[in-house]
Design a protein around this ligand. Structure first.
Ligand code: ADP
Ligand code: MG
Length: 382
């Protein structure tokens, strides 16, 4: 999405050019799923797909919002409106960012916002965090707030938790805010410390394919909250501050102490996936990128069998890709649809994509969207 087109669309809507244009990316998570609300590790990378926000500052308490990707015209709100927006509607995301900033004491006195995005929505690629972080960065600069990237990510997460009503962790917002091109982000979700881990599949003769199953995930439907509650119950039963503190080496002892079979499965997933993040990072640091493949496939089995957040379409992607010669594959994001990632030798990528598309046709599913994930930059002013 070019800066001039977005700025021109803003001017057509609001009658003057924007003060600036900002962008934030969607993401895929390489490994570490459902670990971010357990104080654990994740390893996301930013996509080239971005949400672009053209924004002007206002000082009269008025917030005007428009999205080229949502139906309808300009949504107008007051920054002082006390009731949180709820019950759906895309405007809750940017309005939530304004409210989270104001609640934290930042003097955001209004804005005109026009959004346009190339991040597919509801595909598990985090269009919501891209939108939140693009708007948060714009407001940070326009009002001179001087917030750090992790602070912006926390506020964007708070916007989604408190005002949209999605109990998401902080991974998506941190990826959108902090990613660096050519790297994956090793994030410790306990304290938001992070390290940029070099990850450039193309340089290794590899591709990381994203396969969008086109099955719309609905994280609000209770399954996510149920997993989260189960993980918290597991940590309580084990006397741990969070499941991140349960050692992978001593996992069998921990599991033996859990009486609830469902909680036991959830704990096993989180503890083993946390360990898989550490194994993946060790492999990337050692330059053995190909060996990451089987770790991904192992992670998928854990999400499918222990956490039970996969779906037939995601399982078909993983099974077909691995059978067609991929190094490994897993669902990414919240599951129940959305996308999978596939690590594959560059010269096998087309064959694997063809096999997955063929398997979808054979199963009577809509054709999947397949594209390479090129590790890209985090949020920035354009
Ligand atoms: P994901 O973040 O995986 O894409 P979510 O359900 O978390 O899926 O967020 C998708 C929602 O975010 C959309 O339904 C819409 O309300 C909002 N959204 C995302 N991008 C845009 C956009 N460009 N314009 C308007 N709303 C958007
Ligand atoms: Mg989202």
């Amino acid at each position: 999405m070019s800066i001039t087109t977005t700025a021109a669309a803003f001017e057509a809507l609001y009658g003057a050019p924007p003060d600036g244009v900002w962008a934030a990316p969607g993401r895929v998570n390489l490994i570490g799923e459902y670990t971010d609300f357990n104080d654990g590790f994740v390893l996301p990378l930013a996509l080239p797909h971005t949400t672009v926000a053209a924004v002007s500052r206002r000082d009269d308490g008025v917030l005007r919002l428009h999205s080229a990707d949502a139906g309808g015209g300009i949504v107008q709100l007051s920054v002082d409106s006390p009731a949180p927006l709820s019950g759906g509607g895309w405007a809750a995301y940017p309005a939530g960012v304004v409210r989270a900033l104001r609640e934290a004491g930042h003097p955001v006195t209004g804005a005109d916002v026009h959004l346009t995005s190339t991040v597919p929505t509801g595909a598990g690629l985090s269009s919501s965090a891209a939108l939140e972080v693009a708007v948060a960065l714009a407001l940070d600069e326009l009002f001179g707030l001087g917030l750090s990237r992790p602070e912006l990510a926390r506020l964007a997460q708070r916007a989604e938790n408190a005002f949209v009503g999605v109990p998401c962790g902080v991974m998506d917002q941190m990826a959108a805010a902090c990613a660096v091109a050519g790297h994956a982000l090793h994030l410790d979700t306990r304290d938001l410390s992070y390290r940029q881990v070099p990850f450039d599949p193309a340089r290794e003769g590899l591709r990381l394919l994203v396969v969008d199953t086109r099955v719309k995930h609905a994280l609000g439907d209770g399954a996510y909250a149920e997993r989260r509650a189960g993980c918290e119950a597991g940590a309580r039963a084990l006397g741990a501050r969070a499941l991140r503190d349960v050692s992978a080496v001593r996992l069998p002892e921990a599991l033996a102490r859990l009486t609830d079979a469902t909680v036991r499965r959830y704990v096993r997933h989180v503890v083993t996936d946390n360990a898989r993040v550490e194994r993946t990072i060790a492999l990337l640091d050692a330059g053995d990128v190909r060996a990451v493949g089987p770790v991904l496939t192992e992670g998928h089995a854990s999400l499918r069998d222990d956490l039970r957040v996969s779906c037939p379409e995601l399982d078909l992607v993983v099974g077909t890709a691995v059978a067609a010669g991929a190094l490994g594959a897993r669902m990414t994001g919240g599951g129940f649809g959305g996308s999978a990632v596939v690590l594959v030798d560059a010269d096998r990528a087309d064959a694997v994509a063809t096999a997955v598309t063929g398997a979808f046709a054979g199963a009577g599913y809509a054709a999947p969207g397949i594209f390479p994930a090129v590790p890209s930059a985090g949020a920035r002013r354009l």
